[in-house]
Design a protein around this ligand. Structure first.
Ligand code: GLU
Length: 291
């Protein structure tokens, strides 16, 4: 079977050197292994994604010398598939609506922290502290009917109890990269958001559905998503989806050692190009030789 790789950017800013590394690594690995290379546009958030950024992604990747299979999957065109998958989780009794605003959540966390540390997820965000999971069916129905905004959360304890122990196959990068089976620890994320009232999906839900639908066999992405793979394995098991192998690659950092951001002009591909950089310069800057 031919391996299938993908690069899956969100069009909420211009691509920088970190994206170039991820995209080119996937592209090179596909070429070296006789595999396929797909591009997917992760544009589920209409408040942050813009058509001009999507156009720029195509231009920047083509400038780097990359080609991808058509048609490109744009997540905003498949919201129905994600909603269907969400319904399967709802039917399994694993999803509940939470009604607290971000401000209320911050207040609840501050209250809990008076008594000591409140647990945080691997990205450093506090776990959901609210009590919406234990609302009575009547209270829940009343709040939904009132038109209040809500987020749909995975009851991670119930989901883990149903799914059992999980792991993924990691082919980490470089001498420090972990390789081999890694135990998934989805409970470290608490009751993650799977959808919101106005958006029928989330990054976690749409990424596992698309990787399965597109037959992706190798997920190659940044180390910042290493721990998120625990949630992805859980959703794959609950939804009966295929399980790719994972390679979480090193992150390209700026001179101060910080992760690059989409708003930093210094490492943006467009800005570098405007200053006369060539695709070969970009490869040199990120330490990826031509193959
Ligand atoms: N869309 C995600 C991002 O831009 C990447 C998702 C993934 O590779 O799993 O960070």
């Amino acid at each position: 079977m031919r391996p299938v790789f993908r690069f899956a950017p969100s069009p909420n800013g211009h691509l920088h050197l970190g994206h170039a590394y991820s995209a080119l690594l996937n592209f090179d690995l596909a070429r070296e292994s006789g595999g396929r290379f797909l591009l997917r546009i992760e544009d589920i958030d209409p408040t942050r994604c813009r058509a001009e950024f999507e156009t720029a992604i195509y231009e920047d990747l083509a400038w780097l010398g990359m080609a991808w299979e058509m048609p490109v999957r744009r997540q905003s065109e498949h919201l129905g598939s994600y909603a269907q998958a969400l319904q399967r989780l709802v039917a399994q009794g694993l999803v509940y609506p939470s009604f607290e605003s971000r401000t209320e959540i911050a207040r609840l966390v501050a209250e809990r922290e008076v008594g000591g540390d409140w647990p945080r997820d691997p990205d450093g965000a506090p776990l959901y502290p609210g009590g919406s999971k234990v609302l009575s069916p009547d209270e829940r129905a009343q709040r939904l009917e009132s038109g209040a905004p809500y987020a749909l959360r995975l009851d991670v304890a119930a989901a883990v109890a149903l799914a059992g122990a999980l792991s993924w196959m990691e082919r980490g990068e470089g001498p420090d990269g972990e390789t081999g089976p890694i135990a998934a620890e989805p409970e470290r994320w608490g009751d993650v958001i799977l959808a919101r009232k106005e958006t029928p999906t989330s990054y976690h839900l749409s990424v596992v559905i698309d990787d399965a639908l597109q037959g992706v066999t190798e997920v190659v992405r940044g180390q910042d998503l290493f721990h998120a793979t625990g949630i992805h394995r859980l959703l794959q098991r609950l939804l009966g989806l295929s399980e790719p192998s994972y390679r979480h690659h090193r992150l390209i950092r700026d001179d101060a050692g910080c992760k690059l951001s989409k708003s930093s002009a210094a490492t943006g591909l467009r800005a570098l190009r405007a200053k006369g950089a060539t695709p070969a310069d970009i490869r040199r800057l990120i330490g990826l030789a031509w193959v």
